[in-house]
Design a protein around this ligand. Structure first.
Ligand code: G6P
Length: 607
């Protein structure tokens, strides 16, 4: 949450900063701002609108050194005075992502020293602290001294008005990477912001401080020692972060699912059999010892975990618990060191998931696996084992392709563990591998239903509430459908296991409450049909997402979306897609900001 860009060059960096911020807007979009150093002055522009507005406001500005920020408010309302960059005495300017926990004490001390605060943010203390140490004239040393006084998480970039060719950046608990160009350098919260200028990247490590000059850079670790970090060439290309022919990133990302699934499955589908090594070199030693699974994740990623519980218990016969990361980290649980702790995260930087992982480790868990879409992210680095989903950058705040790729990885985990436990014979393994190979094509067929789903969506635009029903491994899919709808259309949507209907939510059902039902042709279909009758008998309007041979008929009050295939254990993946499209088209009907829904952010790096 919150996006940072910084640049030093021998040309105007304002376009680099603005283009970078446009790429980072998914991280927060309450307000935005930038500072450039020019003629020994800090020129600052801030705006409570979107980055596009900042671009207009800063169009006349020139500077060869600058820092910029797009904000998701934590301390202080979204307003121009709280927007970053923050400035101390016209000399020091700072952008910051993260939370400074001891800012109140520091603020009191700095006020005492005569510093005047002009915002309600925690960040402003960083600017004044650096200023207070800058008397020595060394911006890097002043920053290091200030950082030593901070408690909390940060990624920062700092400039000084009297230092026209240098900026300082640092990270601890929030992501930041250094871009290396030809006689120019940059920092950003993620690579997508820098593809416009370079693919050469250095991932900064926890506690690193980097002094960035025109011609070179110097990295210092948490102890202040000069260190070398490897230079990587990013595999991302600029097209993967362009909107192309689509109206919104969410629509683009929904349509990218066949390719994202194929990419994620590539290594596996080309091989003849599954081996633990796909989860990391140490998996072969760890997996045979594993007695149970504990999945920790938030939001959509948590729903992926909930689906996996059905697979892991039924196919691999291994006990599995799934917890909301923010709850797990604060409860007293009973650790079993033979449990494999699996964290699932698109971003790899969700604060609650990271804290839950560390909590698990602190209680004695050493078997840790990260399923993540961002290489080198904190959650990946802090786990023993890993499987990277290859969904490509996901920019829409509502997660789509990350979810379905997480599901296939969890299915692979299930198969590998099932095999090790003697529950997957050669034939079944080959059959599952074949089903996985077919999956991208099956998803493509579901995407072809888009026009019908767009029609169905018209029925929802004037509704205030919706109920989503599913049974078994499709209940988490109903929950994911409800989450998508509420996130982007602001319609209150709740999911229930269909069998629970009569224990409460049936009281809500009337013609104004659409009921969406995930109806795959599986063992629970007949039970589900009875639940649907209960809704119909109360005058409820049903929207049934059925698949091959479910024989549920369109009738008064029953709308059917007929999906072409039933995918067996992989059915939750297919059933996700129409629910994503439903939410998308309802949001279009309502005219909401699909990719940047109000109050939300994509990477939630605060508690
Ligand atoms: C935020 C996003 C969700 C996401 C959740 C977990 O709430 O808006 O789309 O599911 O965080 O994020 P993660 O990156 O850990 O999967």
């Amino acid at each position: 949450m919150c996006g940072i860009v910084g640049a030093v060059a021998r040309r105007n960096v304002v376009p680099i900063l603005v283009n970078g911020l446009l790429r980072l807007e998914y991280r927060g979009y309450d307000s935005a701002g930038l500072v450039v150093v020019h003629d020994a002055q800090l020129d600052r522009v801030r705006s409570t609108g979107r980055v596009a507005e900042l671009a207009l406001k800063s169009s006349g500005l020139y500077g060869e050194l600058g820092i910029a920020h797009t904000r998701w408010a934590t301390h202080g309302i979204p307003s121009e005075r709280n927007a970053h960059p923050h400035v101390s005495r016209n000399l020091i300017s700072v952008v910051h992502n993260g939370i400074i926990e001891n800012y109140e004490v520091l603020r009191a001390e700095l006020t005492e020293q005569g510093y005047e605060f002009t915002s309600d943010t925690d960040t402003e203390v960083i600017a004044h602290l650096i200023h207070s140490h800058y008397a020595q004239g060394n911006l890097r040393v002043a920053t290091q001294m200030a950082l030593a006084q901070l408690v909390g998480a940060y990624a920062i970039a700092v400039v000084a008005a009297d230092n026209p060719h240098q900026f300082i950046a640092a990270r601890k608990g929030s992501p930041l990477l250094l871009g290396v160009g030809e006689s120019e350098h940059y920092v950003a919260s993620d690579m997508s912001a820098l593809l416009q200028v370079t693919k050469n990247v250095v991932y900064l490590e926890e506690g690193d401080v980097v002094e960035v000059n025109l011609a070179n850079y110097r990295i210092f670790d948490a102890k202040g020692n000069a260190v070398q970090r490897p230079l990587h060439v990013s595999e991302l290309d600029n097209d993967s972060v362009e909107l192309g022919e689509y109206q919104h990133y969410m629509q683009k990302e929904i349509h990218e699912q066949p390719q994202a699934l194929a990419n994620t499955l590539e290594a596996v589908c080309n091989s003849q059999s599954l081996v633990p090594g796909i989860f990391g070199a140490e998996a072969a030693g760890i997996f045979p010892q594993v007695e149970s699974i504990l999945i920790l994740a938030c939001g959509t990623s948590n729903h992926a975990g909930q689906v996996a519980r059905y697979w892991l218990e039924e196919i691999a016969g291994i006990p599995c618990g799934v917890e909301v990361a923010s709850e797990y980290r604060y409860r007293t649980s009973v650790p079993n060191p033979k449990t494999l702790v699996v964290t699932i995260s698109q971003s790899g930087e969700t604060a609650d998931t990271l804290a839950a992982l560390n909590h698990a480790k602190a209680t004695g868990h050493s078997f840790t696996l990260a399923i993540c879409n961002v290489p080198e992210s904190a959650i990946v680095r802090q786990s023993k084992l890993r499987f990277l989903t290859r969904a490509g950058p996901e920019i829409g705040v509502a997660s789509t392709k990350a979810f379905t790729t997480q599901l296939v990885v969890l299915f692979l985990l299930t198969l590998v563990l099932a095999k090790l436990r003697g529950r997957l014979d050669e034939n079944r393994e080959q059959q599952f591998l074949q089903e996985l190979r077919h999956l991208p094509a099956a998803v493509q067929k579901v995407l072809a239903l888009e026009p019908q789903i767009a029609e169905l969506a018209k029925h929802f635009a004037d509704k205030h509430h919706a109920l989503f029903l599913g049974r078994g491994m499709h209940f988490p899919i109903a929950a994911e459908g409800a989450l998508k709808l509420k996130e982007i259309s602001y319609i209150h949507a709740e999911a229930y296991p269909a069998g629970e209907l009569k224990h409460g939510p049936l009281a809500l059902v009337d013609r104004d409450m659409p009921v969406v039902s995930v109806a795959p042709n599986d063992a629970l279909l007949e039970k589900l049909k009875s639940n649907l009758q209960e809704v119909k008998a109360r005058g409820g309007e049903l929207y049934v997402f059925a698949d091959a041979n479910t024989h549920i008929k369109e009738a008064d009050g029953i709308h059917i979306l007929q999906m072409p295939e039933h995918a067996g254990f992989l059915s939750p993946i297919l059933h996700t897609v129409p629910l994503q499209l439903l939410a998308y088209y309802v949001a279009l009907q309502k005219g909401t900001d699909v990719d940047k829904p109000r109050n939300l952010a994509k990477s939630v790096t605060v508690e």
